[in-house]
Design a protein. Sequence first.
Length: 427
Amino acid sequence: MANVVARLSGDEGAGKRLKGIYSICSAHPWVLAAAMNQALADDTPLLIESTSNQVDQFGGYTGMKPADFVRFVHLIADRAGFPRSRLILGGDHLGPNAWRGLPAEEAMHRAEALIDAYVSAGFTKIHLDTSMSCGGDPVRLPDALVAERASRLCAIAEAAAHREGKDQKPVYIIGTEVPVPGGAAETLDTVEVTHAGAALDTVEIHRQAWRDRGLDAAWQRVIALVVQPGVEFDHTKVVDYKPELATELSGVLKQLPGMVFEAHSTDYQKPEALASLVRDGFAILKVGPGVTFALREVLYALADIETELVPVETRSNLREVVEQVMLSKPGNWEKYYHGDDQQKRLLRTYSYSDRIRYYWADPEIDSAAQKLIRNLTDTGIPENLLSRYLPEQYWQFRRGLIDASPMSLVQSKVREVIGTYAAACRA
C-alpha cells in the first residue's frame, strides 16, 4: 500500500509514512484550504479530485475546464503556503457519463476529449469509468466492452502525456462498482460487498483489453480497483463498514501485487471504520459530501451566533438566503428529496447527501456567507457562545489551538472530518 501512495505522489518518502491516502472531492475553496492546512500539519501529500460532472472540456457544473481547476487549486495552495509539488490532482468517473444520451461513438469521442483535457492540464490520477450505457447500447454493457472502452481512453491519456512532455505519467484507477454519487436516494439497511471473483474478473478483463491495445507499459500504472466494501449512506443514516463481510474481498489483493482498492462514499464512517478500511486494503478513501456537510454545520452555527450578536437590519440571514435560493432553483435537489414540505425542508438542510454543496457558489449565497464572516469578524465571538454553538471549537480555543475568528472556526470544523481520514491513513 505504501508503494501505491508513493506512486500517486511521486514521493518515496510519503509512501514510507502512509498506509493509505484520502481524496478530497470538493471544489469549495474553504474546504480545500482546510485540507491543505491538514496536510501541512501532517507533512503529507494531498489528493484533490474533480468529477466528470464538476469539471470538463465545456466547463461542467462548476464552470471550470480542467486547466481552470488546476489554476484554481494552485491559487488556493499558494495562499495557504502549500507546495504545489505535494498536490496530487485526480479525475473521477472520467468517461462518457455526461453524454449518455448521445450515440455511443459520439459520447466516446467527447470522453476522449475529456481525458485529453485532464491529462494535458496536469491531472495524474485518472479513474477510467466507461460502465454506463449510451445511445444504442444495451441496458447493461458487457464487461469486455467496458474494458475495451476504458483501454481506448487510456491510450488517449498516454498520448496526451507524451505530447505534453509530462515528467510524471498518469496512474490509473479501474472498476466501476461504486455507490450512487452523493449517497443513495432510497433508504438503506445493508449494502452488498463486491464478490471476490468479480473483482478478479474485472482486473483480468481490463488487463487483456490493455494488452490488446499495446498498453502493457501503461498497465503497470494501474494502481487501484474501485470496489464496494459495504459502505454507504442515505439521507438520514449511514451503513457502517463491517470488516468481517469484506474478508474474502480483502484477500483478493494477495493476487494483485501493486494494486489496492479504492473506496467511494466513505463519508460519515466512524474513525475506527476508516482505519479498518485502510488496514484491509482499501487504501484510497474518497470523501465528498462529508466535508461540505461539516462546512454547512459550522456556517449555520455561525449564523445562529450572528442572531445573538448582530442587529436584525445588518445580519447576513444566511440560512434564509440559502433556503430561498434552493427553492427558486430546485434543479440540484428536487429529484432526490421526497415527502411533504416539512420533510423536504429538513432534507434540504440536513440530508447526508448534502445537496446544499451545489449552491455555495451561487452569487446570493456566497454574498451572504461573506457578509456573515465580516459581521462576526467585526463583532468578535465571545467564548461562552462558542461553548453553546461550537463546543469542540470552544475547547480548541481554550487550549490555544485556534483563535475565535470566523475563518479559524470554519477551518477547524472542516478539519474535524479531514483529520479522521488523515489519522486512518498514517502508518
